[in-house]
Design a protein around this ligand. Sequence first.
Ligand SMILES: NC(=O)c1ccc[n+]([C@@H]2O[C@H](COP(=O)([O-])OP(=O)(O)OC[C@H]3O[C@@H](n4cnc5c(N)ncnc54)[C@H](OP(=O)(O)O)[C@@H]3O)[C@@H](O)[C@H]2O)c1
Length: 214
Amino acid sequence: MKVLIIGATGQIGRLAIREALDLGHEVTAVGRNVDRIKPEIGLRVVKADVQDAESIKSVMPGHDVVVLTFGAIADFKTLLFGSRVCEIGTKNVIAAMKLFGTPRLVAMTSIGAGDSAGHGSWAFRNVIKPVLLGRIMKDRSVQEELVRSSGLAQWVIVRPAVLNDNEKSTQLRFFTSFDGSSEPSDIARSSVAAFLAKTIADRTFDSSSVLISN
Ligand SMILES: NC(=O)c1ccc[n+]([C@@H]2O[C@H](COP(=O)([O-])OP(=O)(O)OC[C@H]3O[C@@H](n4cnc5c(N)ncnc54)[C@H](OP(=O)(O)O)[C@@H]3O)[C@@H](O)[C@H]2O)c1
């Protein structure tokens, strides 16, 4: 399939490019700092800012699937004042997808967004999220609502648990609802990237929000 990865210059984004190419997809990689991506066969790299509607429109034509891996850079200013990059960027992406008839969206968000709020490890629920990530999470929840109400033919929200840089694992746990019987722990960026790449064509979790964790 022809896949557009937005946020492709990030840690998960770069791993997702590799996984998608290995599955035989043709990939267009989008980000601002595109010098982080090495050119190779099957890969087109385009410099664009997801907050710039025109640049997202210009890169959209000809793709079957869009994968979102972008997110606010968690620097001091963002932690203090918040960010609307997920809201603005996702609005731009959905509008461009509708304009060019791109049917499928795989949107990576985060544990702590939407109805996953209040879940995760003790440290995440009680310290990391409330103290550090409250404002960033608001933007993620708005992003999720935009995807859910987009009217796109096919969409999936993928919420990674707390990230680490461990080896890739295929032994994942999936949470599509939360009854408190078990809590998500953490997950390797490499495992998230592999799951996103699989979800390009796999429709198991279509029209739902799935939290993935080891
Ligand atoms: N830390 C955790 O435990 C955790 C858990 C769950 C989910 N998450 C989420 O996972 C996301 C990705 O993780 P990661 O490790 O891959 O982060 P990362 O390396 O910081 O990547 C973030 C990406 O977002 C892109 N981006 C930011 N603003 C952009 C803009 N205006 N236009 C286009 N691209 C933009 C950046 O690209 P450029 O700078 O090149 O534009 C970069 O590629 C994070 O944003 C975070 O919200 C984190």
